[in-house]
Ligand binder design. Structure first.
Ligand SMILES: CC(C)(COP(=O)(O)OP(=O)(O)OC[C@H]1O[C@@H](n2cnc3c(N)ncnc32)[C@H](O)[C@@H]1OP(=O)(O)O)[C@@H](O)C(=O)NCCC(=O)NCCS
Length: 175
């Protein structure tokens, strides 16, 4: 294990069953184990750059991106079948009380409930960390991400455009 979980999250983990009946667990990762786990996940992720140019196509940029997530974010991994099948982050922004959220699920494991489980976990974690809002930028054509975001409590913000902001009010009660 790398750096310890922030105090409000000590011991945090979840177990569940996906839509295909597979057992999975969600756990927080620190910089040590997280580095290898995220690298495996995102090196194998195809197509790279599929959403807002993420995960970065370029190896060096992908490494920098992952280092930034591990340094600045609280990171949750989903483990099933003995591999990391998904990852979500919440990290601070320049706006006080606003956390940025990000979620990726290994393509062959999408549509099985992992994105929803990871997103629900991030909402719970963001609340425990004292954030007031969660924010995410999605492409307007990314209907699946928008559907999952709405399911866990995000609402669309701002004008209809190619990229849409979604915001979740963490004071408005559990998902
Ligand atoms: C977005 C993403 C994280 C969702 O993960 P997932 O594991 O597939 O999500 P789930 O299986 O929990 O839920 C998918 C939901 O979308 C629905 N869905 C699938 N395709 C859809 C579409 N084209 N339009 C609307 N809803 C759709 C499914 O029916 C399911 O909803 P339900 O559980 O209410 O039936 C995943 O697709 C992904 O990694 N995408 C690339 C990265 C990304 O776009 N991240 C979001 C922005 S950071």
């Amino acid at each position: 294990m790398g750096s310890p979980a922030p105090p409000p999250l000590a011991g945090w983990c979840h177990a569940g069953v996906d839509k295909a009946g597979r057992r999975f667990s969600l756990y927080l990762c620190g910089a040590g184990e997280g580095n290898a786990a995220l690298r495996d996940l995102y090196d194998a992720f195809e197509p790279k750059g599929c959403t807002l140019c993420l995960p970065p196509l370029n190896d060096d940029r992908r490494t920098q991106w992952l280092e930034g997530l591990l340094e600045q974010g609280v990171n949750v991994l989903a483990l099933a079948d003995g591999i990391v099948v998904g990852h979500a982050t919440v990290m601070g922004t320049e706006n006080e009380g606003v956390g940025e959220y990000l979620v990726f699920v290994r393509p062959e494991y999408q549509n099985c409930g992992f994105g929803t489980a990871l997103s629900e976990a991030v909402v719970e974690i963001a609340r425990a960390l004292g954030y007031r809002w969660l924010w995410v930028l999605v492409e307007g054509r990314n209907r699946r991400a928008i559907h999952v975001g709405r399911k866990v409590g995000f609402q669309m913000e701002g004008p209809v455009a190619a990229e849409r902001e979604m915001l979740l009010d963490l004071a408005s009660g559990p998902v």
